[in-house]
Design a binder for this molecule. Structure first.
Ligand code: HAM
Length: 417
């Protein structure tokens, strides 16, 4: 028989890690919903055209898209991210602005799998459509930082930049092209290819041979329009007055083409270099219009769940949630008592589990240990005859004998409920 394992870049998330994933999303909702963000669940695949708006020159579009023709002859793609989907949803539903939404769930990119880089990876994120107020940029960034600190992370660094308006960006791209083209010989082969597609992305090169040329490259700050520069200044003031620490990194270009004005990235200094970016975002004021809607400003971020949890491991924070099995019922009279007791406990809202197939006491206690339960309820022949049960604390092993009729109430007391 053939056997199967997961495809490259995908993983099964097993307990207790899976519980942590759920708590992660819940904690994110707890941070952003009270700030006015409502939940949106976009589909996992859509018309490929939606995602092409991420940028014709980006790696996401040129190399990484999971696109295919469905049985109805439609060209669709698994979503590589959710910002474009949210903008498509905005155009489709025309909600009242500002429209503040959050999302969480898997995305798909055909990347080279490695630690912290997967082909199916989860993100949580927020998007706000319909306001270009720089105060909003600061709110969005501050919410991400608040979420990181709710997780317990301390080694998160925020970099911000402004890519200006589309005209600024184009002028800057032209200036970069001139700069790099006149020094082509000094550029790595990879960066030469990148230069063809998108001069801004050359700034992302980590190759030592490119470092000098990048350091000498023109600066975005010198190509910003007066409006974009003023906007960026106000964002920085607002961040300062909210107590959010940041550095301005004018080499921060990000991997998606739709960004205008404010862009930002969160890096965990607790992680190895290959996957330190645990989140990022920015303004994408032209995207809704590119998807056929009215000119509408937009801003948001997405945080990589997989990587952020690696950062949590590296900092020793955000432990998996405790087991929800509170009581383990050990029945050494055959198993029918365990069925009855578990049913009664569960009906009373007390998490309970048991062993099967009439195992011996010792084997059942081993399973009880693994279950994470705080109490064991033990029924042997003596207890069955006397219509009693033993309640034992798993830690410490102190025990008491109680009347079977009072078992649920006694367990509740022993749990301190
Ligand atoms: P992004 O920078 O492509 O932005 O992804 C955001 C985060 O998702 C990254 O910082 C990283 O933590 C995580 N991530 C990306 N690719 C992978 C992967 N292959 N494996 C594991 N984690 C990954 C966006 O997706 C934009 N939609 C963010 C945004 C929202 N901009 C405005 N609004």
């Amino acid at each position: 028989m053939p056997t199967f394992s997961t495809s490259p870049g995908t993983r099964d998330i097993l307990a207790p890690e899976s519980g942590r994933w759920r708590s992660f999303q819940q904690l994110f909702a707890d941070v952003v919903e009270p700030a006015g963000y409502s939940h949106i669940i976009p589909p996992m695949f859509e018309d490929l055209g939606v995602f092409l708006r991420v940028g014709e020159t980006t790696e996401i579009v040129t190399k990484e898209m999971y696109d295919f023709e469905d049985k109805g002859g439609r060209r669709v793609a698994l979503r590589p991210e959710q910002t474009a989907s949210v903008c498509r949803a905005f155009v489709e539903h025309r909600p009242v602005t500002p429209w503040k939404v959050w999302y969480g769930g898997p995305n798909f990119r055909y990347e080279k799998p490695q630690q912290g880089r997967y082909r199916q990876f989860d993100q949580v994120g927020i998007e706000v459509l319909g306001a270009d107020d720089p105060q909003l940029d600061a709110e969005v960034i501050a919410l991400a930082m608040q979420f990181y600190s709710r997780l317990g992370l301390q080694k998160v660094e925020l970099s911000i930049n402004s890519l200006g308006d589309s005209g600024d960006r184009d002028r800057y791209a032209a200036a970069l092209r001139t700069h790099f083209s006149s020094n082509l010989d000094a550029l790595s082969a990879e960066s030469k290819a990148t230069l063809e597609r998108n001069p801004l992305r050359v700034l992302d090169s980590k190759r030592p041979e490119d470092a000098a040329l990048i350091a000498a490259a023109p600066k975005m700050a010198d190509h910003l329009s007066a409006e974009a520069a003023a906007h960026f200044g106000q964002v920085q003031d607002a961040l300062r007055s909210s107590g959010v620490e940041f550095v301005v990194n004018d080499r921060l270009v990000r991997g998606l083409d739709y960004y205008r004005r404010t862009t930002f990235e969160f890096v965990s200094t607790a992680l190895a270099a290959a996957h330190t970016a645990i989140g990022g975002g920015g303004r994408y004021d032209g995207l809704v219009a590119e998807l056929g809607g009215p000119e509408t400003p937009g801003i948001g971020f997405a945080l990589g769940l997989d990587r952020t949890l690696l950062a949590c491991d590296a900092e020793g924070v955000f432990a998996p949630p405790a087991s929800r099995v509170e009581v383990f019922v050990v029945d050494i009279t055959g198993g029918a008592q365990a069925t009855a007791i578990c049913t009664a406990l569960r009906a009373a809202g007390i998490g309970s589990d048991r062993a099967y197939e009439g195992r011996r006491m010792k084997a059942q206690m081993k399973v009880a240990d693994r279950s994470g339960a705080r109490l064991a309820v033990i029924i042997g022949d003596d207890e069955l005859t006397a219509n009693t049960a033993i309640i034992r604390t798993m830690e410490g092993g102190s025990q008491q004998t109680v009347q079977r009729d009072d078992l649920v109430a006694s367990v509740r007391r022993a749990l301190g409920r």
